[in-house]
Design a protein around this ligand. Structure first.
Ligand code: ASP
Length: 463
């Protein structure tokens, strides 16, 4: 039997009907033996996620204020789900224990409060399936500096789950180990969560602990799409993506799995399948360590991702190519301000540093653009240092691009034909991606042009 671990996102469990749909998916395949739920998410655009309401409860409790209003919404949500599902469970007791714990932990942090959405939803889903719910605070361990204690977690969680044969494990949280990684920090204050979206991480850990054949990640989108559907409506899902491609795509802006969810399964060679509860029969997207070399990818590219909000600093100096240590001196300026750069394309006498605007604008700003220009100029005795704000970076990613002549030409021709001026080009040495920098104003047009050139579904491109 090949064990499947199925994680369901918050929007797939947002109400009783969706819970039923998720349960039917689990019951349709006897290999689906371990289920990891998120807390109920939004039922519609204006709705509030249970987790967001719980953070609000904690914020109010911390200030010594009443959290009755957001708590009432949380309680109503769960009571409604349980009633509609017709479950005979002690929901009042579960809610009261959570409410009391939020009070107790008001001074010690939001984690207990935030975790209750998953904790209660796990019990509800387990009752619906007629399975046992394993409290994640008994089997998922955080050690030193709040990092997951992988060894202890895989061991204890694996043993417990194998014994049970089938179980629900709520996502998003676990418990702090005691000093030296043994024992535990008891009570509500010992409960700790991953960062937001962390049920993905729990799902990956469960898959790893039981040596699953596949980690299914159920959402309400038909898989990972080739590009952002807000830019290309009707963009197709990607059938197969490798972990390396996924890393490039997520780094460049695609929203997929929680970053920390990849490691536990990737290192164990467990594939991830992203599936939609709305179309459970569709194949979704498979994330694998290495794609089958015999299987030609459907398209020459795997995906297109991008982000806006960068500034490109160009340093010019005659004879730059022969000056030893110039690059190091320029980068030491960034080092001094703890600024990281995204790309560094260079020419004979020029070098460009592409840097996230967050370093220059808003609350996390560390220096003004003009200040950085002055420091770079002084550090390398440049002839000229200039900057271009409002740059968008677009990464066209694909294992199929490797050693294939004409890919760059096709990309640049597509951009030229649609009137997009390319401000910067960077091809990673892995040949897995070609990144172009364009003006923010050209961003959407450039993504559409690349999609149309490589995927060819021109009729799906509009707006
Ligand atoms: N419920 C948590 C959140 O909203 C975790 C998750 O859904 O994965 O961030």
């Amino acid at each position: 039997m090949s064990v499947k671990v199925s994680k369901f996102g918050g929007s797939s469990l947002a109400d009783a009907a969706r819970m039923r749909r998720a349960a039917a998916i689990v019951q349709a395949d006897a290999d689906r033996r371990y289920v990891v739920p998120s807390a109920p998410g939004k039922r519609s655009g204006e709705d509030r996620k249970v987790t967001d309401l719980l953070y609000t409860c904690h914020d109010l409790a911390k200030q010594g204020l009443s959290f009755a209003e957001p708590w009432g919404l949380v309680a109503e949500r769960f009571e409604g789900i349980v009633a509609e599902l017709g479950l005979d469970v002690p929901i009042d007791g579960w809610l009261e224990a959570a409410r009391a714990g939020i009070d107790t932990t008001a001074a010690s942090g939001p984690d207990f409060a935030a975790s209750r959405g998953e904790a209660i939803n796990g019990k509800v889903l387990a009752a619906l399936l007629g399975w046992e719910c394993v409290d994640a605070a008994e089997v998922v361990w955080f050690g030193q500096r709040g990092r997951l204690d992988e060894a202890r977690t895989y061991r204890e969680l694996g043993e417990r789950l194998r014994d049970l044969g089938r179980a629900v494990v709520p996502g998003f949280y676990g418990r702090m180990s005691g000093p030296g990684g043994v024992g535990e920090v008891a009570g509500p204050a010992g409960v700790k969560t991953f960062s937001r979206g962390g049920s993905d991480v729990t799902g990956a850990i469960v898959a790893r602990s039981v040596g699953a054949a596949v980690y299914e990640n159920w959402t309400d989108v038909p898989g990972l799409l080739i590009t952002d559907p807000r830019i290309v409506p009707g963009a197709y899902p990607i059938e197969v993506v490798t972990y390396k491609e996924l890393r490039e795509l997520s780094y460049s802006g695609a929203r997929v799995l929680h970053e920390d969810a990849v490691f536990p399964v990737r290192s164990a060679g467990i594939p991830v399948r992203i599936l939609s509860t709305l179309e459970p029969g569709e194949p979704g997207t498979m994330i694998v360590a290495a794609a089958d070399p015999m299987a030609e990818p459907v398209y020459e590219i795997t995906g297109i991702a991008g982000r806006s909000g960068f500034t490109a600093f160009t340093i010019e100096k005659a004879m730059m190519n022969s000056e030893i240590g110039l690059g190091m001196r320029a980068l030491s300026v960034l080092d001094r301000h703890a600024i990281s750069f995204e790309h560094m394309p260079s020419g004979v006498d020029t070098m460009t540093l592409v840097i996230d605007d967050a370093y220059f604008d808003g609350a996390s700003a560390v220096i003004a653009r003009e200040g950085l220009v002055g420091e770079l100029k002084a550090a390398v005795d440049a002839d000229l240092v200039d900057f271009d704000p409002s740059i968008s970076l677009i990464a066209t990613v694909g294992r199929g691009m490797k050693r294939k002549p004409g890919m760059a030409a096709k990309l640049f021709a597509a951009l030229a034909d649609s009137g997009v001026n390319i401000r910067m080009i960077d091809q990673g040495s892995s040949e897995l991606n070609i990144t172009v920098g364009v003006d923010d104003a050209d961003y959407a047009g450039a993504v559409r042009a690349i999609y149309a050139a490589f995927v060819g579904a021109v009729d799906a491109v509009s707006g």
